[in-house]
Design a protein around this ligand. Structure first.
Ligand code: AMP
Ligand code: MG
Length: 501
């Protein structure tokens, strides 16, 4: 039995604890469980500074003890949150932070309140049959995944630090233990609402909804029906998030309702992945045998998840049940148009169009279909399209080379050239604009795997560091690092991703 952590006298964190001020029904007060030999793998210094923390103080032994869970900061009121959820469509009445501890909150330099949470911090009352721990490989994957997403400009949780614990953790084999220090706008999920709804606890639902409004949607606080306005706002943010995912080829992999943030951030990087070759039905997760969370299913699943959220709000939407259902339906009905507007506009930007014309969306879809037919790489097709210069024959070669049969793209290129004639921008302006929305670097699965293997097998975090450099500015060229922009070589592809909890 490991001793409970002591309170650290030195506290470089200065946490707020607004969630801990909510009634006890929302969490269990729980300190992290100490680990044998904490060692910092990496501190995200810019993020630390953005949170108003002193990066130099965070690498001191006292701070590392806190980040590893061996000490509790003076200002911290650590807790594990309770929630429920639909996992692969199956209702689970109680989940909760099984291996995560919320240390507290920081208000960042943009005035946004952010949670600081340890993932892999030991057993909690919600651990069920599991061990409360995380291992190096998945921690490296989540660190890379969330930082890459942030650099793409897509809402996401962040990684403040990763640590080794010096503990052996038992998975399919013995693995080195690790902790991810995760930062989120909050950790309230659709599953948090489901938990209280399923228990018929209307007062808790109201408290939770008010907390979420104050924290994430203050502009709806004075709406004529604030809970309906909350639902609308959550639908809108979620629609935008999923559209953004599709525009960069991201597959979340485990869109259970307990992994859907009320703040509209990408959260819980488990078996996620990015498309290499464009196949719309791609599903990587080893546990997603039916492709429920496949790439092109995500918009529909987003709606399904929001419908579960809407149901939990019914007791707050109106006294009369029929009226409540009507309000919920109206909000949900706005999801698909919001998704499409964002997705279609994004696709048009990706192909360099600004002067919208009838048929532009179909034209972009036609490109996607050709990519599927030609087995073309999703990311590189758009990136290389930016570099096409119709006055220079040779500029099309890199793009054409992505297609099994270049004739598949040639037809489309001819129509694109015609369509571009109606655009107000110069070729140079268009090229720059396209490069600013079509990344060269994404966290391809085989690259993530390389970083994981080096870290887990050899304790070598060099690949992770290199990847972080290119992924931090994914729209720039990184001379000398072009190999990180390439699709997997034959035999190098990774088509199964694992939660690897
Ligand atoms: P996930 O699918 O990763 O979102 O996890 C689903 C639930 O399982 C969450 O409530 C987690 O807290 C819990 N969980 C996952 N891995 C572990 C673990 N190693 N120990 C305890 N709980 C876990
Ligand atoms: Mg989860």
């Amino acid at each position: 039995m490991t001793a409970a952590p002591e309170r650290a006298l030195d506290d470089p964190f200065g946490f707020d604890n607004t969630f801990a001020e909510l009634p006890e029904a929302f969490y269990t007060r729980q300190a992290p469980v100490p680990v044998p030999k904490p060692e910092l793998i990496r501190l995200n210094r810019p993020l630390a500074a953005h949170l108003g923390l002193d990066p130099d103080a965070l690498v001191e032994p006292e701070a590392i003890e806190i980040l590893a869970g061996n000490q509790v900061a003076q200002s911290s009121r650590p807790l594990a949150m309770v929630y429920a959820g639909h996992q692969f469509g199956v209702w689970v009445p109680r989940l909760g932070d099984g291996r995560a501890i919320l240390l507290g909150e920081r208000v960042d330099r943009d005035g946004r309140r952010r949670d600081v949470q340890l993932k892999g911090a030991g057993l909690t009352p919600y651990s069920r049959m599991a061990d409360g721990r995380a291992v190096v490989g998945p921690v490296v994957r989540e660190y890379l995944g969330s930082e890459a997403m942030a650099a793409l400009g897509i809402p996401t949780t962040r990684a403040l630090a990763a640590l080794r614990t010096g503990q052996s953790v038992f998975r399919d084999s013995v693995k080195p233990g690790a902790i991810l220090v995760r930062v989120a706008q909050s950790h309230v999920r659709v599953g948090t609402f489901e938990y209280f709804y399923s228990r018929g606890d209307r007062a808790a639902l109201r408290t939770l909804a008010d907390h979420v409004i104050a924290r994430h949607y203050p502009h709806v606080a004075d709406a004529e029906n604030r809970y309906a306005a909350l639902l609308e706002a959550v639908c809108e943010r979620t629609a935008a998030l999923i559209a953004d995912w599709l525009l960069v080829g991201f597959i979340h992999g485990v869109m259970n309702t307990d992994n859907i943030s009320l703040a509209g951030e990408t959260i819980d990087y488990g078996p996620f992945g990015y498309l290499d070759t464009y196949h719309p039905a791609t599903a990587y997760s080893s546990v997603d045998v039916y492709g429920r969370y496949a790439f092109n299913e995500q918009p529909r699943i987003g709606h399904w998840n929001l419908a579960q959220f809407a149901q939990t709000l019914l007791p707050l939407l109106a006294d009369d049940e029929e009226a409540a259902i009507e309000r919920a339906r109206a909000a949900l009905d706005a999801y698909a148009p919001a998704f499409e507007a964002r997705y279609h506009a994004g696709l048009q930007r990706k192909i360099g169009l600004v002067a919208a014309q009838q048929g532009d969306t179909e034209f972009a879809f036609d490109l996607l279909q050709r990519m599927a037919r030609g087995q073309a790489d999703f990311t590189l097709t758009f990136r290389r399209l930016a570099d096409v210069d119709f006055t220079e024959e040779g500029s099309m070669a890199p793009l054409r080379a992505l297609f099994d049969d270049p004739a598949v793209i040639d037809e489309w290129l001819a129509r694109w050239q015609e369509r571009l004639a109606a655009e107000p921008r110069s070729a140079g302006e268009r090229r720059e604009a396209m490069r600013a929305v079509n990344p060269a670097y994404i966290l391809r699965n085989h690259l993530a795997q390389r970083a994981v293997d080096a870290a887990e097998r050899d304790g070598d975090f060099g690949v992770m560091e290199e990847l972080l450099t290119v992924l931090a500015s994914p729209f720039d060229d990184h001379p000398g690092m072009e190999h990180y922009a390439r699709p997997p070589a034959p035999g190098e592809g990774v088509y199964r991703t694992f939660c690897g909890t």
